[in-house]
Design a protein around this ligand. Structure first.
Ligand code: ADE
Length: 245
């Protein structure tokens, strides 16, 4: 999998992508990453990428020409055209299902906006527009890192333990169950007995119920679409009623 970013801060990405799990996966060629400097596709002395909005208003917009030239040029390189992702609060909400979908692409170009947004005509170049949530970021770079991180951990060989991405929150439509490590009693709070029992079936059953309880508490909206047995659904509804009391 090859990720590319188009940004006015191409130096932003490496410190994160060379660290920890991302760094190891990158070294092992689980993914490649290249950042392109948008200013390389400007033609004036000041390498201008922004301008004021027609009709007035606050702030500056990214000009269409450098974006068009950069995306056309980058897309024409290499064997496969990239899947071009733009970021905007107006995009489709990013979630684990979108990360899964993107994990099947070979090449992704993440276009990072800055300033107050982009000239609307630039969005014609997008194959996908993604929102990271109902809040406003100063630029798309953080959003791009969120996408890279969440997609890379789904790629074969990225995590040491092949199972660990399968057990995580959202992978089965539920939040992840609670986990504990030593000591078994900390400041008077004991770890649930069953986790110390060595009975794997009982541990699995406890984890499933705990995931449903936690989802009922923190994200009841997820339970509407989660795949549950009739018994689990009844338990989920009981848990939600208890939460409301
Ligand atoms: N740009 C600014 N805010 C954003 C958000 N919430 N998601 C994606 N792109 C953005």
């Amino acid at each position: 999998m090859r990720f590319e970013a188009l940004s006015v801060f191409p130096e932003f990405f490496d410190s994160y992508l060379d660290m920890s799990i991302m760094g190891r996966a990158r070294k092992r060629s689980v993914f490649e990453f290249v950042a392109h400097d948008l200013r390389s596709w400007t033609h004036d002395r000041h390498n201008t990428v922004d301008d004021s909005p027609f009709g007035g208003g606050q702030g500056m917009l990214m000009k269409p020409a450098p974006l068009f030239e950069a995306i056309e040029d980058i897309s024409s390189r290499g064997e496969a055209r990239p899947h071009v992702v733009f970021f905007s609060p107006c995009g489709r909400p990013y979630c684990q299902a979108v990360a899964e979908e993107l994990s099947h692409k070979n090449r992704i170009l993440l276009v990072c906006g800055r300033y107050e947004g982009m000239d609307e005509r630039a969005y014609e170049l997008a194959d996908d527009i993604v929102s990271m949530g109902d809040y406003v970021l100063t630029g798309g770079e953080l959003a791009a890192l969120c996408v890279i991180d969440s997609v890379v951990r789904l790629l074969p060989g990225a995590l040491g333990d092949e199972m660990s991405a399968k057990d995580e929150s959202f992978s089965d439509g539920l939040l992840e169950y609670a986990q504990y490590t030593r000591p078994a009693v900390f400041r008077g709070r004991a770890v649930p007995e069953v986790l110390l029992s060595g009975n794997h079936a009982a541990v699995d059953a406890w984890r499933r119920r705990n995931a449903i309880e936690r989802t009922a508490r923190w994200r009841p909206d997820l339970l509407e679409v989660a795949e549950l047995t009739d018994e689990e659904r009844a338990f989920a509804e009981r848990s939600m009623r208890e939460e409301r009391q």
